[in-house]
Design a protein around this ligand. Structure first.
Ligand code: UN1
Length: 513
């Protein structure tokens, strides 16, 4: 059988041969229990990984603490040079790492490469930023005084990431944290530990070649208990966590209890509004990619289409036709559009959601189902499905991480569609398909979408790294990646300097001795 060069890719990334239990990654001090990584592509064991025990964790924290003492003193543009070199290494490893992402996580190879491209892009962004990191200057109310603000490195940043973007989300955090002078401890998803080790191996080369302290980038492996060591750890001023709303609520409470900062990027329930003025061809491409890309396992995946009644039937038929063209199968084979779900638990949740939507009164338009047979031996391949539903259904209100698209009908003006769009607890991504300027502007206005991302004539997924990424409500409120998201990785200090010969007090207070 064609293995699509996966052995070579693993070798290039320094992942030890199959099943030898030695894949720990550099600077991860792993001596705990064994974690096995099975590919959802073919169900095979890729490698075993040693998890991080509590005493390993202490060793990791010591290298991180030591590294911060040195790294924080390094001029930011020099830290940028380290990140530039990391970006170069990613360019060299794009094919191998993209393949590993596809094989361990199950997304299509193109999307695997796309994820590595996001890593390269955030490195470029961070390199430029390393010569900026600017604060403001303000005018003091006092004579011969100067006032300004500056940003200092924060310390150790803890990163908890999810299986669906097993490498990019880490890089959005680290590329910024590093130029800001922070050091990072990363707990990747226990479903994709090898992606973590591969990234760690790549950055470890840069660290070594530049004679930098190894604790700049640390890796810990294991389940939520390992994550809890970080969320409860006062030595970590910032925890950046990506994953389910359930996980985010636990992390937020633990971190808040010690008054730490958390940056949360949690679930979405993203919708595209399709108005009578929409370009149907563009809508179909945006909606289908949004719903079935990464097998519906992006936090930005399109889950709901809110369609005006006048074009409802036409769009429904066009979507059903498009779904008929989808090729499901090995994601490393570039002719396939849709790969497997991450594991059998995900398959079960998908099946239950389809049962539930019918039980609540929904109607299946494109039937789902779990695929079986030689090409689908892992048992994780499912058919993307479409159901007609109501926004009030419990299952529609819930983020199911699978390729299920709900069609919702609206009538009257676009305000009604916006109300439906905002009528969920999540607030990550949203979109409107329209050529009507009034509708588009209303959607972007204060009376429009309540999400962190709002697009016009683009789907809900595939955001560029240059913008701040994240959402409102139960999505958690955090912003990662572009714009001024870097500020959360630094501490802000306001400085006032008196260069006069007296000590005037602010607010006009007189205090004469
Ligand atoms: C995620 O699913 O956690 O906007 C991140 C997108 C990607 C990132 C998704 N750039 O779809």
């Amino acid at each position: 059988a064609n293995s699509f060069g996966i052995e070579l890719a693993l070798k290039q990334l320094g992942i030890k041969s199959l099943n030898d239990g030695s894949s720990t990654g550099i600077n991860s001090f792993s001596n705990g229990a064994i974690l096995e990584s099975y590919s959802p592509v073919d169900g095979k064991l890729i490698a075993s990984v040693k998890t991080t025990s509590e005493s390993d964790y202490e060793k990791v924290m010591k290298t991180a603490t030591d590294a911060f003492k040195i790294f924080k003193l390094m001029p930011a543009p020099q830290r940028g040079e380290m990140v530039r070199q990391f970006g170069d290494k990613l360019r060299k490893n794009k094919e191998a790492l993209g393949k590993l992402v596809s094989y361990e996580m199950g997304k299509s190879l193109q999307e695997g490469y796309g994820e590595v491209q996001e890593m390269i892009d955030i490195c470029d962004f961070a390199v430029g930023l390393s010569r900026q990191l600017h604060g403001l200057t303000m005018h003091s109310e006092r004579l011969n005084h100067r006032m300004y603000e500056q940003y200092h490195p924060l310390g150790i940043v803890g990163i908890i990431s999810a299986f669906n973007f097993p490498v990019a989300v880490w890089s959005w955090n680290t590329a910024l944290a590093w130029i800001c002078g922070d050091v990072c401890v990363w707990k990747p998803s226990e479903k994709t530990p090898l992606c973590g080790i591969a990234c760690q191996n790549i950055i470890a080369e840069v660290i070594k070649e530049n004679n930098l302290p190894e604790g700049i980038s640390c890796l810990i492996n294991g389940d939520y208990k390992v994550g809890e060591l970080m969320t409860n750890d006062k030595r970590i001023p910032l925890i950046s966590a990506t994953g389910s709303t359930r996980m985010g609520k636990i992390v937020a409470q633990n971190v808040a209890a010690r008054l730490g900062k958390s940056l949360l990027e949690l679930g979405g329930n993203n919708a595209i509004i399709v108005t009578p003025d929409a370009d149907i061809k563009m809508t179909v491409i945006g909606a289908v990619f949004g719903a079935v890309g990464t097998a519906g396992q992006r936090c930005t995946s399109t889950r709901r289409l809110i369609i005006h009644e006048s074009i409802y039937d036409k769009l429904k038929e066009a979507l059903a036709r498009a779904y008929g063209q989808l090729k499901i199968g090995n994601p490393l084979d570039e002719k396939n559009h849709v790969g497997p779900l991450i594991d059998w638990q995900a398959v079960e949740m998908y099946s239950k959601a389809l049962e539930k939507v019918v039980a609540e009164g929904g109607k299946i338009i494109v039937p789902g189902g779990v695929l079986s047979g030689d090409d689908y031996q892992s048992g994780c391949y499912v058919k993307p499905a479409i159901a007609e539903a109501e926004n009030s259904f419990e299952i529609v209100q819930h983020e199911t991480f699978a390729p299920i698209l709900y069609l919702l009908k609206y009538s009257g003006s676009v305000e009604n569609a916006i109300e439906i769009q905002n009528g969920v607890v999540q607030g990550l991504s949203s979109a409107i398909m329209t050529n009507n300027l009034r509708e588009a502007e209303l959607f972007l206005s204060v009376s429009g979408s309540d999400c962190g991302i709002a697009n016009v004539n683009i789907g809900t997924s595939g955001a560029e790294i240059g913008g701040a990424f994240g959402g409102e409500k139960e999505t958690g409120g955090g912003r990662e990646s572009g714009s001024d998201a870097w500020k959360v990785y630094m501490r802000r200090q306001t400085n006032t300097i008196n260069y006069s010969t007296s000590l005037p007090l602010a607010q006009g207070i007189k205090f004469d001795l």
